[in-house]
Design a protein around this ligand. Structure first.
Ligand SMILES: Cc1cc2nc3c(=O)[nH]c(=O)nc-3n(C[C@H](O)[C@H](O)[C@H](O)COP(=O)(O)O)c2cc1C
Length: 215
């Protein structure tokens, strides 16, 4: 995948200087194709068994934003109303339904051997075929969080700022996005745009207090 579009390719700056920007220039538009490009780049994220249990809903029009007002917590209205685009990251609990197909294709394309394919089918596939809803939702949540984090950083490398937010009515969000709530679960929203505020200079705990070592 091309790195040409990364106008900021300084990893230290992209990662270490990222802060949640919650208010954006409402007049600033990002081409929808570029939003799709950012999503495609974020999808280089790893996922459990490469099932890529994620789905994205782009909201970049006033009409779409209006439809989501009722399910958005009011403290997140600035992110909803002023962002050039909000990408709602959903988890896909049906991703395992194409498990056989995906891995068979890898084998046909020569990415893995027939032996490896049979190993995958006998080890991981049964996990998913017999999985509980809870297992599938957890897997989709982990995958979704990985790709959402990448999208936050990709947005910065495109020269934009972003904010991850989950302050919405989770039980109603998927339906409000016009998606199947039996299949998809909310992960988080990523608002992307041109900053119109100086973000809070957030701090982190001393990592020494967070780290244990098991010898
Ligand atoms: C899962 C998740 C949910 C969040 N939900 C919200 C939210 O609803 N509203 C909001 O303003 N910020 C939200 N945030 C942003 C956090 O408040 C922010 O990341 C944190 O305060 C650290 O600040 P920083 O991102 O500037 O480093 C969320 C972040 C994450 C990862």
């Amino acid at each position: 995948m091309s790195e040409q579009v990364f106008i900021n390719n300084d990893f230290a700056d992209v990662m270490l200087n990222r802060k949640s920007v919650r208010r954006f220039d409402p007049e600033f538009k990002i081409d929808r194709e570029e939003i799709k490009e950012m999503i495609a780049q974020a999808c280089s994220a790893p996922s459990a068994c490469n099932l890529q249990s994620w789905h994205f809903v782009i909201v970049d029009q006033a009409s779409g934003k209006e439809k989501l007002k009722d399910v958005t917590m009011p403290f997140n209205y600035p992110q909803l109303e002023t962002a050039s685009a909000i990408v709602f990251v959903l988890g896909d609990t049906h991703s395992h339904k194409v498990y056989r197909e995906v891995w068979t294709k890898y084998c046909q394309e020569g990415r893995i051997s027939e032996e490896k394919l049979q190993e995958v089918f006998s080890t991981f596939l049964p996990l998913y075929e017999n999985a509980s809803q809870e297992f599938l939702e957890k897997d989709a949540t982990l995958d979704g969080a990985m790709v959402a984090m990448q999208l936050l950083l990709v947005a910065r490398s495109h020269g934009y700022e972003a904010n991850a937010w989950a302050g919405y009515k989770a039980a109603d969000l998927v339906t409000a996005l016009d998606k199947d709530s039996q299949r998809y679960i909310p992960i988080m929203a990523i608002s992307i745009g041109k900053a119109d505020e100086t973000p809070i200079d957030s701090a982190r705990y001393d990592t020494e207090s967070l780290i244990s070592v098991l010898d």
